[in-house]
Design a protein around this ligand. Sequence first.
Ligand SMILES: Cc1cc2nc3c(=O)[nH]c(=O)nc-3n(C[C@H](O)[C@H](O)[C@H](O)COP(=O)(O)O)c2cc1C
Length: 242
Amino acid sequence: MNPTQVSTVVADPASVADAIGSRFSCRAFHRDKPVAREQIEELLALARRSPSGTNTQPWKVYVLQGASRDALVDKVCAAHDAIYADPARAAEFREEYDYYPEKWVSPYIDRRRENGWSLYGLLGIAKGEKDKMHAQHQRNYRFFDAPVGLMFTMDRVMGRGSLMDYGMFLQNIMVAARSHGLHTCPQAAWNGFAKIILPHIGASDSEMLVCGMSLGHAIESEPVNSFHTPREPVEGFTRWLD
Ligand SMILES: Cc1cc2nc3c(=O)[nH]c(=O)nc-3n(C[C@H](O)[C@H](O)[C@H](O)COP(=O)(O)O)c2cc1C
């Protein structure tokens, strides 16, 4: 065991709690406030300390900025618009793994609905305002204006457990971002567009898209960033067995 790890004392536990507690899904970023490459490298260097089954480290990261980011945004927004104009075209795009259940049941469907309607309510979007919903959903494919877009892939041969490992890696990036004053939004919205994204980023045929993520500086005054999502109390999901 590395002696510096085993003997390290977290001198300021409150900072750890603040970093975890202040992470939220940011949906409005300053387009013109760049993130230095060194900062992104630091986040990734910290996140690579994430645990993974038998230390397999299944993550592969693509960092998009500048022209590569903008070109991907254009391509995916065009596809998203094409599906809106002709919903039958959705069949051309499919996710490579099921992120969500095929059949929704309570309490998950209730939480999902509450989440969606609370967000739209905050944005002044009413039921049936399809154009507005489409435009808001499309903000995903503009990385919510973040200057940095991250795409995450893993080898298709890996098992489902690697997605667990991946979740820890993603969370570590998001928590580490807080120590740089940065915010993030993890995004499964990109998953259906893998056939556009994978060639764009130069991923090999053996890779599958896990998800995307927006990274940058949050616009504090944007109402969408005041969206504070609820959580079940600890006793709601914990059984103590003595
Ligand atoms: C893997 C993953 C994918 C997500 N995909 C999206 C997405 O595509 N678009 C989006 O706006 N939010 C996305 N979210 C954010 C969730 O809606 C959010 O985490 C949840 O509502 C809790 O809110 P919080 O992150 O602000 O605490 C995703 C979250 C995770 C963990």
